[in-house]
Design a protein around this ligand. Structure first.
Ligand code: ADP
Length: 487
């Protein structure tokens, strides 16, 4: 891997605690990172655990007050430099990302640009963390509200966006004056390490950005939950782990931000532009080999346009190219690991056993490993697993529906509420459906909704809080009310 980078110094085999790079010699244990495309080991890293996490929290705690005392403009300048460095090193960062995660290089590069955008956005936004003056309730009183950084923030992130899921959390935290302890997924720690190197180069003071890499997520998560110096835990990952962390944080009433699973409906009404809907479904469903929490998971198509949509979608899906992310023209990389592959296989065989038809794909790809063929299933019904669970793979199950009421009920019949999408042209239908969908985000005539300027987040069991946009600041500040008397 190092030989493919124009700047190999982006990747020390180490975590970062209080400005010190912690190597395997320090931690005494190691773990391997592999390339999901071919199973080759690409790095051996120190396996850091609860003790290193404690040290990182102490370092963050020591560094935070000074960091918070800087002006938002000064902190913003450092974040802005980090943004610029991320873009200057985009090719290397994308190479690292594709190697450890498998997504096609062009997509990885897109993630680096997207990831950097949060640093730019929050560097600007933190200058506008305004308070309030409130007309007093008594003649001799004056009331003021100020906003202060919450303190030390723990951030636990998943493997599907190894760069952007970190920047989306730490950019608002750092911009408002918090210090962070980041724990990336064990499958994809390398992108996080490179980010740590760039943070140092951008002039981030020691201890403000700490990085714990290790295989024992539960032990690290336990320390981040139980340590009272951590004032907020922010997590992106499975709903199951989100529940564990919420439970753990309840002991200290610790603030928590959660971005959890989704089960996104994608609805095509009979007045939709079908070609546009097919385009949208391709982006929403097959990006990142279907491994995003906002990927279309259940595609509902109104009866009158069902066959046309299915046929056009299958034709487009047939054009996708599966393979190693560095190969030219590849659109679909491997699934992250064997468990990921098994889940997809199980969902497809369950659907077929219950009467679904495979229009295209439907089996493991000829490349072997964890590659899976981009798949379209028709004749899908509610008793199948694909109707209830997040598949997290390149499989589009097509459900047929008749009425608006019916599809709203179907779309909302899940404990999740992250992203949803629909295609329609009738104005009144567009508003009615947009309001009726119980989701934090609705894509209307588009399959791509993520941007740093808009609030990303879910309702129901998909999470708590919002990331990105002006609202993303709120998660990292506390409101303090000052009551001036005797005036
Ligand atoms: P996924 O299914 O996407 O791998 P997970 O929720 O298992 O999602 O993982 C997301 C992140 O949570 C990873 O960084 C992982 O190491 C971490 N993690 C897993 N289990 C725990 C836990 N019990 N406590 C804290 N973090 C955990």
């Amino acid at each position: 891997l190092l030989s493919r980078l124009s700047d190999p110094s982006l990747l020390p085999a180490a975590g970062l605690v209080g400005g010190q790079w912690i190597t395997e010699a320090d931690s005494g244990r190691h773990f391997d990172v592999d390339n999901p495309s071919n199973g080759e080991v690409i790095a051996s890293l120190p396996d850091m655990g609860a003790q290193n996490t404690r040290q990182a929290i102490d370092a963050a705690h020591d560094a935070q007050k000074k960091w918070a005392a800087m002006t938002a403009k000064e902190r913003g300048a450092i974040l802005r430099r980090l943004h610029d460095l991320q873009l200057e090193n985009a090719d290397d960062l994308a190479t690292i990302l594709t190697m450890e995660m498998g997504k096609p290089f062009a997509e990885a590069r897109g993630e680096i640009v997207y990831g950097a955008s949060f640093m730019e956005w929050f560097a600007e936004e933190a200058k506008r963390v305004y308070g309030d003056t409130i007309p007093g309730h008594q003649g001799d009183k004056r009331l003021v509200v100020i906003k202060q950084p919450i303190g030390v923030v723990g951030a636990i992130t998943p493997w599907n966006f190894p760069n952007a899921m970190i920047t989306r959390k730490i950019a608002p935290a750092l911009a408002t004056g918090c210090a962070v302890v980041v724990k990336p997924a064990e499958q994809t720690p390398l992108s996080a390490i490179a980010l740590g190197v760039l943070a140092e180069r951008a002039g981030m003071p020691a201890g403000v950005f700490n990085l714990i890499i290790g295989e024992d997520g539960p032990a690290i998560g336990r320390e981040l939950s139980d340590n009272d110096k951590v004032r907020k835990l922010t997590f992106t990952g499975s709903t199951e782990v989100g529940r564990i962390l919420m439970r753990q944080c309840s002991d200290q009433i610790k603030k928590i931000g959660l971005e959890l699973g989704g089960n996104a409906p994608f609805i095509v009404f009979d007045d939709a532009d079908i070609d546009a809907a097919v385009e949208g479904a391709m982006i929403s469903k097959y990006r990142n080999a279907g491994q995003t929490c906002v990927c279309a998971n259940r595609i509902y198509v109104q009866a009158g346009v069902y066959d046309e949509f299915a046929e056009k979608l299958a034709a487009k899906v047939g054009e996708l190219k599966v393979g190693d992310g560095f190969e030219d023209g590849v659109t679909t990389g491997p699934l992250i690991d064997k468990q990921g592959l098994s889940k997809v296989e199980e969902h497809v065989s369950d659907a077929v056993a219950h009467g679904a038809t495979v229009l295209t794909g439907g089996k493991a790809d000829a490349h072997g490993g964890t590659f899976y063929e981009p798949t379209v299933l028709t004749g899908v019904s509610t008793e199948m697993k694909v109707a209830r669970e997040e598949t997290f793979g390149p499989v589009a199950p097509l459900f047929r529906f008749e009425t608006v009421e019916e599809v709203i009920a179907l779309a909302n019949a899940t404990e999740f509420g992250l992203a949803s999408y629909f295609y329609a042209r009738d104005l009144s239908r567009v508003w009615t459906v947009a309001e009726a969908l119980e989701y934090g985000m609705v894509g209307i005539n588009t399959g791509l909704i993520s941007t740093e300027v808009a609030p990303f987040g879910g309702v129901k069991q998909s999470g708590l809080g919002r990331e990105g946009s002006k609202y993303g600041i709120d998660d990292f500040v506390e409101i303090k009310y000052l009551c001036f008397g005797g005036i």
